[in-house]
Design a protein around this ligand. Structure first.
Ligand code: GLN
Length: 441
């Protein structure tokens, strides 16, 4: 713990704060004492980990990488984080990310852009960029991110580590700052599939504080160590035919397909919605939900309030001075699609498309056991480029957002040099995803 804290100097770009020093060292001393007394310790006891700074951890500042919450102290601890604490894991750092999860590059933050672990001129991906980089550099053994439309999987891909978005509702969202509640998921980032399995088991389960959670079966080590019942794998033809796909990513993906075929598994091409439909459906709903979720942040209960003589003006100034450009773009867009005259045309259409996408997946999973795809069509851009072209940034989410809308379990594993490989199964088949990932190793 001490060694990792030293690596995480407070001003490294992936770190929001290591104010957890004293807490972390106290917890570590307790584990040391247990070991000295000859007591057996649990699998997560004493393991240092990082937390994307959108999770509440009582007593620590939770900024969401925003100016608005720059000094906000969490009043309680997120359920998923509490389960890790109960298992003895030690939080050592709150991690830099795109503010409120808004972004795909971890540049939309008051703490400065997170740099890619492999090439410092490139973005880390986002929004859980700090979390993926810390794992890739071994500054944390694992990190906990939030994935609404790809925020765990995409930076995991850009930094060549494992990142898992479980089935929606498998892990409680209580204490994860809400971005788009219908697709928000808690997701672990780690260096091995086995670590992901352990973390998933610890964090999963029914939580009365999040009514979308459910009881799930533990995934045993044995159950993911051999392939049972995976016969057919599917991939989306149109993802491969798109002009937007980087040729190296395409080649890496085709190489993975050959590898799978060589293992005697059948591969099927599947039809799917075009990328621009996926991206516009996701951003319509995500913006609508974030406009609603962030309406509570007006300075009256939380965060940096900017006073004006007039109360309404206080709200307006607090929000316009403290939210980033990207967050404001989403609030304005979200309120527009929800407003009278637009909601039928845009928002309700988005909901209908989401249902159609889920139905498409249900039909696909009658034919195939697993769907694979690259994590992104493009390689990580240079730092600065995404800020200049938000539309291009949205399009870079083309391969992750569909699985979010379908609420499916999806894992990024390292593949090739640019991005990762995404492995997806039907709802609640999280174990099957890990099983297939192990098989491909
Ligand atoms: N890049 C996507 C967005 O900005 C996904 C972000 C996320 O999953 N938090 O909405």
């Amino acid at each position: 713990v001490k060694g990792k804290l030293d690596l995480l100097k407070p001003n490294t770009h992936q770190t929001v704060n290591t104010l957890l020093d004293s807490l972390a060292l106290d917890l570590a001393a307790k584990v040391d004492a247990k070991i000295e007394n000859g007591e057996t310790i649990g699998v997560l006891e004493g393991i240092p980990f990082g937390i994307k700074d959108v999770f509440m951890l009582q007593g620590t500042v939770t900024t969401a990488s925003s100016n608005l919450l720059k000094n906000y102290k969490s009043a309680y601890t997120a359920s998923a984080i509490q389960k890790l604490l109960d298992a003895g894991a030690i939080p050592i750092v709150k991690e830099n990310c795109d503010s409120f999860g808004h972004g795909s590059s971890s540049e939309n933050t008051i703490f400065g852009a997170v740099k890619n672990a492999v090439n410092q001129n490139l973005v880390a991906g986002g929004s859980s960029g700090g979390s993926a980089v810390n794992v890739a550099l071994d500054y944390t053994v694992f990190s906990i991110g939030g994935d609404t439309g790809g925020s765990v999987r995409q930076p995991a891909g850009y930094n060549h580590v494992y990142g898992f978005k479980p089935t929606y509702g498998r892990i409680s969202r209580f204490g994860l700052m809400a971005y788009a509640s219908s697709t928000d998921c808690v997701g672990p980032i780690a260096n091995t599939i086995e670590d992901i399995r352990i973390l998933l088991n610890v964090m999963s389960g029914k939580d009365i504080k999040d009514q979308t959670t459910y009881v799930s079966k533990e995934i045993s080590e044995e159950s993911i160590s051999k392939v049972i019942g995976i016969k057919t794998i599917g991939y989306f033809k149109n993802f491969m035919e798109s002009d937007a796909i980087n040729p190296k990513i395409k080649n890496d993906f085709l190489a993975s397909i050959e590898k799978i075929k060589a293992k005697g598994i059948e591969i099927k091409e599947l039809d799917f919605f075009k990328s621009d439909i996926l991206v516009s459906t996701y951003y319509t709903l995500a913006m609508a939900e974030t406009a609603s979720n962030l309406s509570r942040l007006d300075g009256s209960n939380y965060g940096n309030r900017i006073e004006d003589k007039n109360l309404k003006e206080s709200y307006a100034i607090t929000r316009s001075e403290n939210f980033s450009e990207e967050t404001k773009r989403r609030i304005v867009g979200g309120n527009q699609v929800l407003s009278q005259g637009f909601s039928d045309e845009i928002y309700l259409k988005g909901l209908a498309l989401r249902d159609a996408i889920s139905e498409n997946f249900e039909n696909d999973f009658k034919e195939v056991d697993i769907i694979i795809s690259p994590v992104t069509p493009s390689a990580p851009p240079k730092i600065g480029d995404s800020l200049k072209d938000p539309h291009a940034m949205y399009l870079s989410d083309a391969y992750t957002v569909g699985f979010s809308l379908g609420q499916l379990p999806t894992l990024t594993i390292p593949q090739g040099t640019e991005t990762g490989l995404q492995i997806t199964a039907a709802k609640n088949n999280d174990g099957l995803v890990l099983q297939f990932a192990n098989f491909l190793k």
